[in-house]
Design a binder for this molecule. Structure first.
Ligand code: BGC
Length: 763
């Protein structure tokens, strides 16, 4: 397809119309030129295809509801999420969908985020790996994806308008890397901008984010689509780099674009660039013929497998797996009414749903199962329901509680206000556990919940997440040991809300939310504060145990560009076959700017039979050691020692080794007139030209302020160590103090030194 030639044949009106949707779910076709329509559907963990894309009806066609992102991320299994992507693509093909609106790669800044269930992690590396492999899976079948919501869309409160106030380094190191990885590695066909503003500018108009970073720096080849209704000013959005506005039709917007070109306000070449990007994807989509059916049972089975791998056994005092119990008291309405997905645009009409109670019954091998509802659907408190549950649980051999966080507490569109289960659910767990020590709690929720009120009273807790339509089977599998649990948390479970990183800055107000915690979200924060948590990032139990040994690296000294391979032996030291998720964190011993204590930079999942040992390896590249320097405006590495921490969770480091990095970067000199003495002495070029004069400056300073005089010691006449103060003053200011002892004016001296430094830069 000769797209440039096609653009030449299009009228201005046709081009403007192509840049806005024809309906809620489709592009504008141009029949006379053979430009077809392209259909998109939500996303991310199932295909929400409405039967008539031109109607506003919301009821969608049946499709497999896979587990949501909190669960898929907890698998830490990139191959599995890729398979999920392939299955989603097959359903898109069958349901005539060209592009699936997902995955979501936003960070879980606070556990209160209403949409956290749709996002992978608090860690950008893990989220990026998951997003990239999801995209690869879908797109390998000729169906497109939409990586969303770009960027800094981390809350629902005022999500259409609030400005996320976040500094460049934090953006680059925390909020953008998952997008960056997914774009560079998997080239999603589309990227969806978010509703919110970032540092005062709507994401839909954000030239720095859309054009400079996404398209120019990362090399994004696809089109940028708006989130539904995110565009305020169509012309400003086109200028910023937003190619396709959704939903349509929006005749007024089309006319605005036409008028802007005619008035000379908008360069037509810019419109052509968006048209080119859209046409490229429209024609690419048409290369995959649509129609047919998908394998409902096979996809249900895949959803089941993902759920079993993503569930996280949080606590187990030995009660699980269940064995030989004759009477199982099953309590909680989520046992009958599976809670397997979240509310909002990702809501799927499932092909079928596994009922947790029935699945338990199927696997219980003749045991007697009894059931009561335990808590109501709404937020009312019903002591009678608790009394019934207690009566049922007391004489039983074990009580299994299915507790789902209700949708009025968690959904797209609104944030949570606390981390708690409902009052009734907490009272129910406590009352049952009081009469039945063998109590297991199964949770269905999209993000962490507080458990301090009851965790010590129960024998086991299984985090079942929003587990997808087949999750009910997975719970039974884990409870009875048919499957050995192997998921690990992709987010920290804090002890209480006031411990969380964004607590003092959440959710903002008066149009702004300040990301005051900066780089320190999730475990980065709890590490820095040395704060205990309920369950750390990366935590998850198994029915077996694993030993880590023989950690080694491909080199002790290495160059940043060469990276490093880290290896470790893992042995299954228990009686069950099982899988272990091995996590590799990097700790920079000394850095120019403050860095988190440790950061996840690699992981792998390994399956082992009892007694078996396997050697696993993880590759660490340049970025594993680099940080974003806002003054250099690039990712930099610094010479020095790094600890490689090989861990079973963020709080369970099993092996470590130290390696030495040599930076190959030739960084430009960033010294200027305001640079402090310390900065001059830290920069190698600064030290070379100014260093020889440092001692002289010190002598002069001590002479002036009496430091070193035996009456005053180092403190001098003004009662302080003058050099400590001078080190943090601009060199120019220090010289101003010493002006009388200098041969020239301090400004001329500093200018001269700067000239020398810059000439070294250019040589
Ligand atoms: C959501 C997107 C979704 C779109 C279309 C928006 O409200 O934020 O995630 O893809 O609607 O349903």
């Amino acid at each position: 397809m000769d797209i440039n030639n096609l653009i030449k044949q299009m009228t201005l009106e046709e081009k403007a119309a192509l840049c806005t949707g024809a309906s809620a779910w489709s592009t504008t076709p141009v029949e006379r030129l053979g430009i077809p329509e392209m259909i998109v559907s939500d996303g991310p963990h199932g295909v929400r295809r409405v039967p008539d894309i031109h109607s506003m009806a919301n009821e969608s066609l049946p499709a497999t509801c896979f587990p949501t992102a909190s669960c898929t991320a907890s698998t830490w299994d990139v191959n599995l999420i890729r398979k999920m992507g392939e299955a989603l693509a097959e359903e898109c093909i069958a349901l005539n969908v060209d592009i699936l609106l997902g995955p979501g790669a936003n960070m879980k800044r606070s556990p209160l985020g209403g949409r956290n269930f749709e996002y992978f992690s608090e860690d950008p590396f893990l989220a990026g790996e998951m997003a990239a492999n999801f995209i690869d899976g879908v797109q390998s079948k000729g169906v497109g994806t939409s990586l969303k919501h770009y960027a800094a869309n981390n809350q629902e409160f005022q999500r259409f308008s609030i400005s996320a106030e976040v500094d460049e380094r934090t953006l680059r190191e925390i909020y953008l890397p998952a997008f960056e990885k997914a774009v560079k590695q998997a080239q999603p066909w589309t990227v969806m901008c978010s509703y919110n503003k970032v540092n005062g500018t709507f994401a839909s108009e954000h030239r720095h984010l859309l054009t400079e970073i996404l398209k120019n720096e990362w090399g994004f080849e696809g089109l940028v689509v708006s989130d539904w209704g995110a565009v305020r000013d169509r012309v400003a959005a086109l200028k910023g780099g937003l190619d396709w506005e959704m939903p349509g039709p929006q005749e007024r917007r089309v006319q605005a674009v036409v008028a802007a070109v005619r008035d000379g306000e908008l360069d037509e070449a810019l419109l052509d660039e968006s048209v080119r990007r859209i046409l490229r994807i429209v024609f690419k989509a048409k290369e995959t013929s649509k129609g047919g059916t998908f394998d409902v049972d096979a996809h249900h089975e895949l959803a089941h497998r993902i759920a079993t791998e993503g569930m996280v056994l949080l606590k187990n005092n030995g009660l699980l797996p269940l064995k030989g119990q004759q009477h199982i008291a099953v309590i909680g309405r989520a046992a009958e009414q599976a809670h397997f997905q979240g509310g909002g645009s990702s809501h799927i009409n499932p092909t079928k749903v596994a009922v947790p109670f029935k699945e338990l019954q199927t696997q219980a091998e003749g045991a007697e199962l009894t059931y009561v509802e335990g808590y109501p659907i709404d937020n009312s408190f019903r002591q009678d329901m608790i009394d019934q549950a207690v009566k049922l649980a007391q004489p039983a051999d074990v009580a299994v509680l299915y507790i789902a966080l209700p949708t009025f507490k968690e959904s797209e569109g609104y944030d949570r206000t606390d981390l708690d289960l409902t009052e009734q659910q907490v009272a129910l767990i406590k009352a049952v556990a009081k009469v039945q020590p063998k109590t297991v709690v199964i949770l269905n929720n999209g993000a962490s919940v507080a458990m301090s009120a009851w965790i010590d009273d129960v024998a086991a807790v299984l985090e079942g997440w929003m587990m997808g339509q087949a999750g009910g089977i997975a719970i039974a599998d884990v409870l009875f040991g048919k499957v050995n649990p192997c998921g690990k948390l992709a987010e920290t479970f804090p002890l209480k809300l006031s411990d969380t990183p964004a607590y003092l800055n959440w959710p903002g107000g008066a149009g702004e939310v300040h990301y005051g915690e900066g780089l320190f979200i999730g475990y980065r924060y709890y590490d820095a504060k040395e704060m205990p948590v309920l369950f750390p990032f990366g935590h998850g139990l198994s029915y077996t145990t694993f030993k880590y040994s023989n950690a080694r690296a491909s080199a002790k000294n290495f160059k940043d560009v060469d990276g490093l391979t880290v290896m470790v032996d893992i042995t299954n030291t228990g009686e069950f076959a099982g899988k272990e998720i091995v996590q590799v964190y990097v700790h920079d011993q000394k850095s120019g700017l403050v860095r988190p204590q440790k950061e996840l930079k690699g992981f792998t999942k390994v399956e082992l039979q009892p007694g078996e040992t396997k050697s696993v390896s993880v590759r660490l590249d340049f970025r594993a050691f680099a940080y974003y320097h806002p003054e250099y405006k690039q990712w930099i590495t610094e010479d020095g020692d790094f600890d490689i921490l090989i861990a079973a969770s963020a709080a369970d480091i099993r092996q470590s080794l130290t390696v030495t990095l040599e930076s190959t970067l030739k960084l430009p000199c960033i010294l200027d007139k305001e640079s402090t003495v310390r900065e001059w002495m830290t920069d190698p070029r600064g030290k070379a030209v100014f260093g020889p004069f440092y001692a002289q400056m010190e002598t002069e300073a001590r002479k002036m302020f009496g430091g070193g005089d035996e009456r005053y010691g180092n403190e001098g006449t003004i009662g302080m160590d003058i050099m400590e103060m001078f080190n943090d003053m601009p060199l120019l200011s220090v010289l101003m103090f010493q002006q009388s002892a200098l041969p020239m004016h301090p400004e001329d001296i500093v200018n001269g030194l700067l000239a020398q430094v810059h000439s070294m830069d250019n040589s």
